[in-house]
Design a protein around this ligand. Structure first.
Ligand code: HEM
Length: 148
């Protein structure tokens, strides 16, 4: 298989459409997971609901955000080869790498919550909740306006 510029041919808009569909799934989960932690945070460590929140976070990870992230990356890279990696795309990649790190961080935090730890204050969680919004803001401007 050759990854020359234009290699996707007529399939390009379809690949882009599926990319955006999975972007929506991934981003929905990126907005939900830190919010779940905000709701989970004040529960006493011996409350039975702890088990429920652990299960919710686990399902969100397994069914939505992990598969969503993988599909977005694979199709995004395919689109990148089609376009020949313009500069705006490299800048977008910096934001997407940051979002992927945030993804891993939140999954790790949920795992620690499930072990009865509360490594961050509620205020910190509320603040980091804004990270996916910031990434969305910059990424959408980069892909639509393509300022450079
Ligand atoms: C994982 C790495 C990613 C890569 C390599 C990538 C790459 C690309 C490329 C090359 C395009 C085609 C742009 C065009 O045809 O003009 C595209 C479209 C798009 N991407 Fe990504 N992307 C990635 C992740 C993301 C993420 C995380 C978001 C949202 C937060 C996103 C949102 C979009 C949107 C909204 C479009 C459609 C733009 C249009 O209407 O043309 N992408 N992406």
């Amino acid at each position: 298989m050759e990854f020359a510029v234009g290699w996707l041919g007529d399939a390009y808009p379809w690949v882009k459409a599926v990319h955006v569909i999975f972007v929506i799934f991934w981003m929905a989960g990126m907005f939900m997971l830190p919010r779940f932690l905000v709701y989970w945070h004040p529960l006493p460590l011996d409350a039975p609901e702890n088990q429920l929140w652990a299960e919710r976070c686990n399902r969100l990870k397994r069914i939505i955000i992990n598969p969503g992230m993988v599909v977005v990356w694979v199709l995004g890279i395919a689109l990148g080869f089609h376009l020949g990696w313009p500069l705006w795309l490299w800048v977008k990649l910096v934001f997407v790498l940051g979002l992927s790190a945030f993804h891993g961080w939140m999954i790790g935090a949920a795992r620690r919550f499930a072990l009865g730890k509360r490594p961050y204050t509620e205020k910190t969680l509320r603040l980091v909740n804004e990270i996916p919004s910031l990434v969305t803001f910059f990424v959408v401007i980069l892909v639509i306006v393509k300022p450079f």
